[in-house]
Design a protein around this ligand. Structure first.
Ligand SMILES: *[C@@H]1O[C@H](CO)[C@@H](O)[C@H](O)[C@H]1NC(C)=O
Ligand SMILES: *[C@@H]1O[C@H](CO)[C@@H](O)[C@H](O)[C@H]1NC(C)=O
Ligand SMILES: *[C@@H]1O[C@H](CO)[C@@H](O)[C@H](O)[C@H]1NC(C)=O
Ligand SMILES: *[C@@H]1O[C@H](CO)[C@@H](O)[C@H](O)[C@H]1NC(C)=O
Ligand SMILES: *[C@@H]1O[C@H](CO)[C@@H](O)[C@H](O)[C@H]1NC(C)=O
Ligand SMILES: *[C@@H]1O[C@H](CO)[C@@H](O)[C@H](O)[C@H]1NC(C)=O
Ligand SMILES: *[C@@H]1O[C@H](CO)[C@@H](O)[C@H](O)[C@H]1NC(C)=O
Ligand SMILES: *[C@@H]1O[C@H](CO)[C@@H](O)[C@H](O)[C@H]1NC(C)=O
Ligand SMILES: *[C@@H]1O[C@H](CO)[C@@H](O)[C@H](O)[C@H]1NC(C)=O
Ligand SMILES: *[C@@H]1O[C@H](CO)[C@@H](O)[C@H](O)[C@H]1NC(C)=O
Length: 516
């Protein structure tokens, strides 16, 4: 009888080991094994895409949901292992993390900077694979090397020291993890200001130019009471983006899919499917595609059906085909006087020149004095944190392309021939201060309502969102997003200056605070 107990015990022991979240030098991971994160949301292991019986990848996917595997990270996307060659993930004598096969190939290696005993690889609850030494120092983490997905609490480094930071690279196909044509990264010509989805090297969809707002409100996710909060922080040297979800049991991911769409997805357990609650370019806004409206035109995201419009003082070149853009009603002549008209809430055009260290007046003068300057925009970034130069003076010369109008946009000033504004000018002078005053009142009212309406909207259980930094546009069917952006001061007071009592989470890279 006793004989029967031994194999059962051993079986129990092995399966226990295999559902661990840690890989040690004594216990490598082989085909069929998995690391399961604490909480059970994520698994790390070997997988073959549905379309391939021969290629095998090391990856991280959701463990807690049924249906087809949803992969969020792939280690060896360019170097698949063949199924028959017994893949193995192990920590070597020199504390490196090495993926190898029976033919002695090593398609993926993480060189560890720290050697010594006790290095382990751990799959953390958030879906982050880390290499950790005995004293807890993390020397490498998969969150620093994303493939096509940004998970909650991951810090996505947009730029660092004026260089492009991280990059998301889409899969080649629905079932092919190798690198496809689409990628997302900071714009190399202004890495600290804008983020672009590329089709190879051509811009495919340009996201909002950073306006200095560190936090962009919350969004209440369908059928949950969860709030998604996005934060973009630019400290001068370092510009990163992160988002958190108030309820950890709501599964959320942001993915650049193989068709080039950047999608925000949340898991709906009622329908057992991923629900898209935001995407760029949006299916309902074809004019969000890069420069699709043509020069001197803009995509109006404030409309229920976003469409191309001409900038003030311009008319369509071809009233049927907007991709030809718009032309001036009155030609500009350098010798003649010109005037600048304000355009409110604009996703400012691309191809700007960023002039450092200017005040608003100096920025205006910069544009006014140069005949080839067609527009300028100015933002004071001081509220966004300590920066050497908190001014952001952007000037454009020649054509204005890929502009948009959205509730999260910034003001810009467009040069027009004096005669084309003359008729309006007397009323403009009076109306402007009134508008400014009304705007100020509205701002105060909206900010005041924000805290109350937050609770109210939660009860209403509506999907409401404001995808600040990564949002160029109106997001959801028929609903205007009117969440005000929150300043750093507001956050400081709401989180009680980042008091520990308001700490709701802590990652390898930062802390997450609850906002009261
Ligand atoms: C994979 O193998 C199964 C049977 O083992 C076969 O039915 C299927 O067609 C194969 N798929 C591919 C893409 O080779
Ligand atoms: C690793 O260390 C063990 C004992 O410390 C030794 O026997 C083995 O040869 C080493 N392997 C390599 C690849 O250095
Ligand atoms: C942890 O140990 C590594 C060497 O293994 C050392 O470089 C590092 O400074 C230590 N960190 C702490 C916080 O003690
Ligand atoms: C991406 O660019 C290629 C040309 O390089 C083009 O043929 C293709 O249609 C583009 N894809 C999309 C989705 O626009
Ligand atoms: C929300 O949940 C209810 C059940 O509580 C379900 O019937 C409904 O389909 C869900 N809505 C969506 C959009 O999934
Ligand atoms: C978190 O979400 C789960 C299911 O989505 C729900 O059952 C639970 O009550 C939520 N918790 C909080 C604190 O809202
Ligand atoms: C619209 O104009 C663009 C650029 O001139 C041209 O490539 C495109 O074929 C035109 N489309 C139609 C429907 O005329
Ligand atoms: C910015 O300009 C002022 C004068 O306009 C100058 O004193 C200051 O040194 C400049 N700062 C930087 C960082 O260039
Ligand atoms: C005017 O602007 C153009 C383009 O931005 C620039 O090349 C030129 O140097 C400027 N001229 C002056 C006098 O600033
Ligand atoms: C989310 O999970 C982390 C651990 O991963 C935990 O510390 C934190 O309290 C959780 N937050 C919420 C709101 O449940």
């Amino acid at each position: 009888m006793a004989m029967h107990y031994i194999p059962i015990f051993l079986l129990f022991l092995t399966s226990f080991c295999k559902s661990d979240d840690q890989l040690t030098d004594a216990k490598p991971l082989t085909h069929g094994d998995k690391l399961i994160s604490k909480g059970g949301d994520f698994a790390l292991g070997f997988f073959s895409p549905a379309s391939s019986n021969t290629s095998m990848y090391l990856g991280i996917w959701y463990h807690s949901i049924p249906g087809p595997r949803t992969v969020v990270w792939v280690a060896n996307r360019e170097n698949p292992i063949t199924v028959l060659s017994s893949p193995m993930l192990a920590i070597t004598n020199s504390s490196d993390l090495v993926l190898s096969d029976s033919q002695g190939r090593t398609p993926w290696v993480v060189k560890n900077t720290i050697t010594g005993a006790g290095v382990t690889a751990v799959l953390l609850g958030e879906g982050n694979l880390v290499l950790r030494s005995l004293n807890g120092t993390i020397t490498w983490q998969s969150f620093d090397h994303p493939t096509d997905t940004v998970l909650p609490n991951m810090r996505f480094l947009v730029s660092y020291k004026a260089k492009v930071g991280m990059r998301l690279v889409a899969w080649k196909g629905p079932d092919d993890p190798s690198s496809g044509d689409f990628s997302c990264s900071a714009d190399p010509s202004s890495p600290d200001l804008q983020f672009i989805t590329w089709n190879k090297t051509e811009p495919y969809c340009r996201l909002t130019v950073w306006s200095g707002k560190p936090v962009s409100g919350g969004s209440y996710l369908t059928n949950t009471s969860s709030v998604l909060t996005q934060t973009a922080v630019n400290s001068g040297d370092e510009f990163y983006f992160t988002y958190t979800v108030s309820n950890n049991s709501t599964l959320m991911r942001m993915r650049l899919d193989y068709t080039g769409k950047l999608k925000y997805l949340s898991w709906n357990s009622h329908t057992s499917s991923w629900e898209i609650f935001g995407e760029h370019p949006s299916s309902s806004a074809p004019c969000e595609l890069y420069a699709s409206c043509g020069p001197f035109s803009y995509c109006d995201f404030t409309q229920i059906t976003p469409a191309c419009q001409c900038l003030d003082g311009f008319e369509p070149v071809d009233s049927i085909n907007f991709s030809k853009g718009c032309q001036r009603k009155q030609a500009l002549k350098c010798s003649k006087k010109s005037q600048f008209v304000p355009l409110y809430e604009m996703k400012v055009p691309d191809k700007f020149l960023h002039i450092r260290n200017r005040s608003l007046d100096e920025c205006a003068a910069e544009c006014n004095h140069n005949c080839s300057c067609t527009a300028y925009a100015y933002t004071d970034l001081r509220s966004a944190g300590a920066m050497e130069d908190p001014s952001r003076c952007l000037v454009w010369s020649g054509e204005l392309i890929d502009a948009g109008k959205s509730t999260s946009g910034a003001n810009m000033y467009l040069r027009l021939a004096d005669s084309s504004v003359n008729k309006k000018s007397s009323s403009v002078q009076i109306v402007l201060p009134i508008i400014a005053f009304l705007l100020l009142l509205t701002c105060i009212a909206v900010v005041g309502m924000y805290r109350y309406r937050g609770k109210w909207r939660k009860k209403e259980n509506k999907t409401k969102l404001m995808l600040g930094y990564f949002s160029a546009s109106k997001e959801l069917e028929g609903e205007n997003t009117e969440f005000p952006s929150v300043s750093l001061e507001d956050i400081l007071s709401a989180t009680n200056h980042f008091a520990d009592s308001n700490l709701v989470g802590r990652g390898g890279f930062g802390k997450v605070y609850k906002v009261i």
